[in-house]
Design a protein around this ligand. Structure first.
Ligand SMILES: *[C@@H]1O[C@H](CO)[C@@H](O)[C@H](O)[C@H]1NC(C)=O
Ligand SMILES: *[C@@H]1O[C@H](CO)[C@@H](O)[C@H](O)[C@H]1NC(C)=O
Ligand SMILES: *[C@@H]1O[C@H](CO)[C@@H](O)[C@H](O)[C@H]1NC(C)=O
Ligand SMILES: *[C@@H]1O[C@H](CO)[C@@H](O)[C@H](O)[C@H]1NC(C)=O
Length: 495
């Protein structure tokens, strides 16, 4: 069925291509007309960012990447981070964040009709609909409490509305009988759980959303539906086979469909949450260079991720229902951290604060429920492990605990929409010895109360639903894709 639809549209598309297919590239507000006789390939994304781009140097450690070979460069990066090589990555590397949580009594996890304040919907639905079609945001009637978590709420809402109306995604179709259906199709039978749930939730949400089109001609973007986490668990592929699988998959897409070659993949995207995804494109460098990579491991220090082209997706442990509420005054512990010791940052954190009575740090899973600590602390520390990302930021936000981000070079999720300084504290890993001073100053001023309130306002952006709900993580990712769609196609018939 899907195939028939496809064949028909293909014919139409080839016909139009032979007439003249011109791709217009839109960069910000400037439209560049690029003359072309038939087809035009655009590499919208900066080639120079590939591989050897000198890292953004935030930590004042410097070296000259020009004199290094590729593998030397990787070594240097690794040594700078004093991490173990990627090949040692294992599931659950993020430590405590991978413990399945039973979060409080069932009435807290259920439909939430119990007194829980309307936190999950509080931010944007609060009379904040933009006036349709207005090009100038109206500043009138802006509720200061509401704009606080956004860089510019009006612009966000206006873009969001347009995105919601116009964005169209084409998913490469695969049959249920495909031997790799488990990797390529959304698994709608079971609810995804665990550390890498963001990967499967995205696919499930997308396939049930109104963004889908079966007509490639009207698609803004093409989704490569492979799942890295599923490949990893498939004995036929495994961690060692992922690179070849992707290489073969892209070759097939290139050969059997006309879409990839038109843009070199620039209007294609994939979603990956497992950290192994970072090297998964090694044998398909075009994906890394041109396609939009929506990944959890979004470090702009490391090769393979380009913040302006790719997008960060939050790693979220799914928790249904309305988040529990705990007032700041009842959060007695200043700060909390628990997790495996798999990075220098974590070691330094635990070594520095292990005997402290106000900052509670643990180098393994707690015997008491994780949720008690998240609800009982003012700040919840996210310390990078193998990668910059863990599920802890999502955990903290769910439990209304202000996240402390100890992960240098982390391109934080939705950072172009959300002003992270309004609901989190980003601390350089070099400032671990000053952590208590930094956090106490925030508590002693009014700032903590504001931060904590704002955490509740962003909760809806950090939640998955099987059927996506406006402004949830799925819609936020769609927004990020929409602002990154780099080309529009306009067909000119016999100009
Ligand atoms: C929930 O929100 C509605 C409308 O914004 C408001 O009238 C109501 O009082 C809120 N409920 C609670 C428990 O705060
Ligand atoms: C987004 O689109 C869906 C489907 O058309 C619609 O139900 C929803 O209200 C829209 N949201 C906004 C904020 O426009
Ligand atoms: C796309 O280009 C590749 C060469 O890079 C070629 O092998 C393939 O056949 C092309 N695909 C189509 C559909 O023309
Ligand atoms: C913490 O206490 C233990 C046991 O008293 C001691 O060995 C260790 O040096 C202390 N660590 C710090 C950072 O004070």
């Amino acid at each position: 069925m899907a195939l028939m639809v496809l064949n028909t549209s293909f014919k139409g598309l080839f016909f139009m291509t032979s007439c003249t297919l011109i791709i217009l590239k839109v960069t910000f507000f400037f439209i560049t007309f690029i003359p072309s006789t038939s087809k035009l390939t655009i590499h919208d994304h900066d080639y120079l960012h590939f591989d050897m781009k000198p890292p953004v140097d935030q930590s004042a450690k410097s070296f000259n990447p020009d004199i290094l070979t590729h593998s030397q460069y990787e070594d240097v990066v690794r040594i700078l981070h004093e991490e173990q090589p990627t090949s040692t990555h294992v599931d659950g590397s993020n430590g405590g964040g991978n413990s399945p949580e039973v979060t409080g009594p069932p009435w807290q996890r259920g439909s939430g009709q119990h007194s829980m304040v309307n936190t999950s919907q509080a931010v944007v639905h609060d009379g904040g609909q933009p006036s349709a079609g207005s090009s100038k945001p109206s500043k009138k009637g802006r509720d200061l409490n509401n704009i606080e978590v956004y860089h510019d709420k009006d612009i966000f809402l206006e873009n969001y509305e347009q995105m919601n109306k116009s964005l169209k995604i084409y998913i490469y179709p695969h049959q249920k009988t495909d031997p790799f259906a488990n990797v390529l199709l959304p698994d709608t039978r079971s609810s995804p759980g665990g550390n890498y749930a963001s990967e499967s939730f995205f696919k499930i949400s997308l396939s049930s959303s109104h963004f889908i089109t079966h007509d490639p001609a009207e698609a803004d973007l093409f989704f490569l539906p492979f799942s890295i986490a599923s490949m990893r668990h498939d004995k036929r592929i495994g961690a060692g086979g992922i690179k070849n699988f992707i290489k073969d998959y892209i070759s097939t897409i290139k050969r059997e469909y006309p879409f990839w070659n038109r843009t070199g993949g620039a209007d294609h995207f994939y979603v990956a949450c497992h950290s192994i995804g970072r090297t998964a494109m090694d044998k398909a460098p075009e994906v890394r260079i041109n396609a939009i990579q929506v990944v959890c491991s979004s470090s702009y220090f490391l090769q393979g991720y380009n913040a302006h082209k790719d997008a960060s997706i939050p790693q979220i442990w799914p928790r249904p229902g309305v988040p529990p509420i705990r007032h700041p005054s009842e959060r007695e512990m200043l700060a909390f951290y628990a997790g495996a010791m798999n990075s220098r940052v974590r070691e330094s954190l635990v070594r520095t604060w292990m005997n402290d009575t106000e900052i509670s740090v643990h180098q393994k899973r707690l015997k008491t429920p994780y949720s008690n600590s998240l609800l009982g602390s003012k700040f919840c520390i996210h310390a990078k492990g193998f990668e910059v990302n863990t599920a802890r930021i999502g955990d903290a936000i769910y439990y209304g605990c202000v996240p402390v981000v100890l992960a240098d070079h982390y391109d934080l999720p939705f950072a172009d929409i959300l002003d992270w300084s309004r609901f989190s504290v980003v601390v350089s890993t070099e400032d671990i010895p000053f952590l208590k001073k930094i956090l106490k100053e925030i508590v002693d001023s009014d700032k903590y109360v504001k931060l904590q309130k704002n955490v509740l306002k962003v909760q809806n952006h950090f939640q998955w639903h099987r059927k996506p709900i406006d402004f949830d993580t799925f819609y936020m990712v769609m927004y990020e894709l929409w602002v990154r769609r780099s080309s529009i196609r306009i067909r000119l018939f016999n100009e």
